[in-house]
Design a binder for this molecule. Structure first.
Ligand SMILES: Cc1cc2nc3c(=O)[nH]c(=O)nc-3n(C[C@H](O)[C@H](O)[C@H](O)COP(=O)(O)OP(=O)(O)OC[C@H]3O[C@@H](n4cnc5c(N)ncnc54)[C@H](O)[C@@H]3O)c2cc1C
Length: 475
């Protein structure tokens, strides 16, 4: 948190989040090196002491028994009944009255805050002003840890003074007697304008200097982890004289995030929402290993044992996929009873198993009783889910894949970083300026810069062809 300021009510003081010290002096020095900075803002809600809460006035929210994890290697999951509960409550008319009455006391509205906050995580006073027609807003109480008694009041981020926060919290159902462990606050900090970076996350102006995480304009744990991984990989590859490792937009959300940041930039703390991806049917959680594990192995990030498990799963997947597509299920009593029980139409003659699976009411696990599968295949839940998605949505996935392939062609036309856009006739002035600033590495990246139109791209492609400098190297 470079040059960070904590803002609450009418007070601003130099400090980092959670009582940490701010990083002072680094960003002014970066600015002296000619690096462009901008100011961002984020905030956090109050933390409430667990045993001061009356949970009987709240709606419990259970977790999930779905076996979801960040890693494909996770094989133990906390059973649903052992998972901690969250609780749902709503803001009350009194909460809204208090906030409206004290708006001028909020750092956000008093003019103290100058940085731009994330539009997707607004403070409670922001929500009440922006959505004045809404009579209530959802809030969640989430345990921060099993080891502490601190509950996070999700959705109640604010920069009101402490005494107003007390009143606001006490206006909520179940929190009438609540003890606040930590007050909410807004925090402002410096970040580097991300369009100054190459897709490898190396600064264009300062080769050898890589950036990642919050200081390049993002907000979020996963965003920071993804960028840190890529900057680390590329810094090592640079030292080893290897080409940068760049993930395409149709291969990974990390690719979407980096391309957005370095091509379009951001005016607010960037959060990686799934809606930012145009190939959402390709970027699924069930196929992340199929998309990326091979690359991870080549980079030396996946050991032989994990890679072996991936190869086995991949082989099983292909085997069953083929079996299902090549199996015809004949019309007989057992299958028709099964279908009718699921509210599905009985068979008249034979039907392909994949076609039958595409009926919305049919699930693969139960259908497999009518398909002969080799016993050595491990029919894990993840394998079943992946197959189900692949077969049920095959048509849609293929369509999106075709669209992606068209764009990939553009990604393979490389633009030399030294190209002098001032020399190119026929480019619109805005396009010329933006291209010179962003220095896109490919025609695909150039086409995503706002202000660069298809006619500019056509001119650029023509120029590269005429001058035979379109090295068709794919990334
Ligand atoms: C109040 C608040 C609430 C948030 N809540 C969430 C949330 O619920 N979910 C979410 O996804 N994200 C949340 N975020 C955002 C998230 O915390 C950050 O985006 C993320 O932690 C950024 O990671 P980073 O590694 O880039 O930076 P940091 O996590 O800030 O790490 C930088 C590290 O560098 C160290 N450092 C600084 N200067 C030096 C130096 N000179 N030498 C050595 N070390 C140094 C710092 O001590 C720090 O450990 C929140 C942020 C704030 C401020």
């Amino acid at each position: 948190f470079m040059e960070a300021q904590i803002l609450r009510g009418h007070h601003a003081y130099s400090g980092g989040p959670d009582g940490e010290k701010p990083s002072l002096g680094l960003s002014p020095n970066l600015a002296k090196m000619g690096i462009e900075l901008f100011r961002l803002k984020t905030g956090t809600p109050p933390r409430i002491k667990r045993d001061s809460i009356d949970f009987s006035k709240m709606t419990p929210q259970t977790g999930t028994d779905a076996k979801l994890a960040f890693s494909y290697d996770t094989d133990t999951f906390v059973p649903l009944e052992e998972q901690e509960l969250c609780y749902l409550i709503y803001t009350q008319p009194e909460t809204h009255r208090l906030i409206n009455e004290h708006l001028s006391d909020s750092a956000l509205f008093s003019g103290l805050v100058t940085g731009v906050g994330p539009r997707y995580c607004p403070s409670i006073e922001d929500k009440i002003v922006r959505f004045a027609d809404k009579s209530r807003h959802q809030l969640f109480l989430e345990p921060e840890s099993r080891e502490t008694d601190s509950m996070y009041l999700q959705g109640f981020s604010t920069s009101m003074p402490e005494d107003i926060q007390e009143q606001m919290v006490h206006s909520l159902p179940g929190l009438e007697q609540a003890v606040i462990l930590k007050y909410a606050y807004a925090i402002e900090y410096d970040a580097l304008v991300p369009t100054q970076f190459l897709p490898s996350l190396e600064l264009k102006k300062w080769p050898g200097l890589f950036g990642a995480g919050q200081i390049i304009g993002t907000s979020g744990y996963e965003e920071a982890a993804g960028l840190g991984l890529m900057a680390g990989i590329n810094a090592v590859r640079k030292i080893k004289n290897l080409a940068p490792f760049i993930l395409r937009r149709d291969k990974a959300y990390i690719g979407v995030m980096i391309d957005d940041l370095v091509t379009k930039g951001t005016l607010e703390p960037y959060r990686l929402l799934s809606s930012r991806a145009e190939y959402r049917l390709l970027l699924r959680h069930d196929n992340a290993d199929l998309r990326l594990r091979e690359m991870g192995y080549e980079l030396g990030l996946i050991n032989e044992e994990r890679y072996g498990r991936f190869l086995k799963k991949n082989e099983d997947l292909r085997t069953i996929f083929q079996i299902i597509n090549n199996t015809t299920i004949r019309n007989h009593k057992a299958i028709n009873e099964y279908l009718v029980n699921l509210g599905s139409q009985a068979l008249n003659g034979g039907i392909n198993a994949a076609e039958l699976l595409r009926r919305p009411e049919i699930d693969l696990r139960s259908l497999l009783q009518f398909v002969s599968i080799p016993p050595e295949i491990d029919l894990s839940d993840t394998l079943i889910e992946q197959l189900e998605v692949m077969i049920k949505y095959e048509g849609y996935i293929q369509k999106q894949d075709k669209q992606a392939q068209k764009i990939i062609k553009q990604e393979s036309i490389m633009i030399p970083p030294t190209l002098d856009y001032a020399m190119l006739d026929g480019l619109a002035i805005e396009a010329r300026q933006k291209l010179a600033k962003i220095q896109p590495l490919t025609i695909g990246q150039a086409s995503r810069i706002s202000g660069v139109n298809p006619s500019d791209i056509a001119m650029l492609v023509l120029y590269l062809k005429r001058n035979s400098i379109n090295g068709s190297t794919s990334i």
